[in-house]
Ligand binder design. Structure first.
Ligand SMILES: Cc1cc2nc3c(=O)[nH]c(=O)nc-3n(C[C@H](O)[C@H](O)[C@H](O)COP(=O)(O)O)c2cc1C
Length: 371
């Protein structure tokens, strides 16, 4: 039986300040990016500012926002996704940023291109087909419409849209940005051999398949300078295939991550569905976060199932911090991102600190209906 003092020691370790490159965070708890689809016309409103402020004022050191639409028509996806382009949306984001800073938190917007998940009838920009690295990558999604292979001009325009969004984030006083390169969306489609069948310089072996992401990072760096934090979120799993793998061995993971580190990311965000699972069981019991840290030598965000007693299930209950003990002791991560537990209860972090996780509101899908 786990003791209250073991739980308190783990909570205390999460509440130590931490650095993400040039940025100091008050503690090691982040809110994981979670799309809520509740921004009519793509404009973040007062309710969005309140939603993030409530987490910041209750002990969350870093907010990573829901995925946002970067200003390229092929990136416009679902109705209600906030834009990170245009005066109205950027004014809204400035207020969100102010609210989070006012509560002592730090905040990164997540920049998102959904790739072949887009369908031409979807979202705020109708009539534009989905694009991917290759034709018909939508064969791996449940969507019927064919995907168009991106031309080099499309690629350049999308890179520019990412970089403009990052520069806008810096101008608006955000503390960094996160690039969504996970879960089977556009950047991950370039990483994955099943969806990237290109024969030009954006396709080929694993290292070559990172070129698109590396060019996005380099262009962002060129516009924001060396000191603005850039987090890159990657995952083995895909929205359309939980068992998919980008890398079967640590050496293959290094082929993927090293070019991204060289391109200038500050933080690697290793998205797992269950953070404690060994990434390469034949090698060791290190988590994917632990491997990212070992390979990249950069600060790492770990995520997946924290605070849920039956992770992966829709009706989960708050639980203990026990599974964090080993990765904490081994320094496998710097920041823990918490998704559903924090969506359900804005006070999750302070309740964890007080040893009162049992008092948290449990997550359920019904909570997605409102902020
Ligand atoms: C409602 C919901 C929306 C999500 N939207 C995003 C998103 O916009 N971007 C992203 O990278 N991950 C998204 N995720 C994944 C979460 O960031 C997180 O990785 C996942 O929920 C596992 O963490 P958890 O077990 O702490 O919830 C979403 C998850 C949920 C539950």
């Amino acid at each position: 039986m786990r003791t209250a003092s073991a739980e308190a020691a783990t909570a205390a370790a999460l509440f130590r300040p931490v650095r993400l490159g040039p940025l100091e965070l008050a503690n090691r708890i982040a809110m994981a990016p979670m799309s809520r689809y509740l921004c009519p016309d793509g404009v973040p409103h007062e309710g969005v500012a309140d939603y993030y402020r409530r987490r910041a004022e209750n002990g969350v050191g870093l907010i990573i926002t829901e995925g946002t639409y970067i200003g390229h028509p092929t990136a416009a996806s679902y109705e209600g996704v906030p834009f990170f382009v245009g005066d109205a949306a950027l004014d809204g984001w400035a207020k969100v940023r102010e609210a989070v800073h006012g509560a002592g938190g730090r905040i990164f917007p997540q920049l998102w291109h959904t790739g072949s998940f887009r369908q031409s009838w979807m979202g705020p920009v109708k009539g534009v087909a989905g694009v991917g690295p290759s034709e018909n990558t939508n064969a791996f999604t449940s969507h019927p419409e064919p995907t168009r292979e991106m031309t080099e001009a499309d690629i350049a325009a999308v890179i520019d849209a990412y970089a403009r969004a990052a520069a806008d984030a810096q101008r608006l006083g955000f503390d960094g940005v996160e690039i969504h390169a996970a879960h089977g969306y556009l950047i991950d489609e370039f990483f994955w051999e099943r969806t990237n069948r290109r024969s030009d310089r954006y396709g080929g072996n694993r290292r070559q398949r990172t070129r698109f992401a590396a060019e996005i990072i380099e262009e962002i760096r060129r516009r924001v300078g060396p000191d603005f934090p850039v987090s890159l979120r990657f995952s083995q799993w895909k929205q359309q295939d939980y068992a998919a793998k980008l890398a079967d061995t640590p050496a293959e993971l290094a082929e993927l991550l090293e070019p991204l580190v060289d391109a200038g990311v500050t933080v690697l965000h290793a998205s797992a569905r269950r953070f404690w699972e060994p990434a390469f069981p034949a090698e060791s019991d290190l988590t994917i976060a632990g491997w990212a840290k070992k390979i990249g030598g950069l600060p790492v965000i770990m995520v997946g199932g924290a605070g849920l007693d039956r992770p992966g299930l829709r009706e989960a209950l708050p639980a203990s911090l026990e599974l964090l003990e080993k990765p904490l002791a081994r320094g496998e991560f710097d920041v823990l991102a918490v998704g559903r537990a924090l969506l359900a209860d804005p006070e999750w972090a302070l309740k964890a600190k007080a040893g009162a996780l049992g008092a948290c509101r449990p997550y359920s899908r019904d909570l997605l209906a409102a902020l």
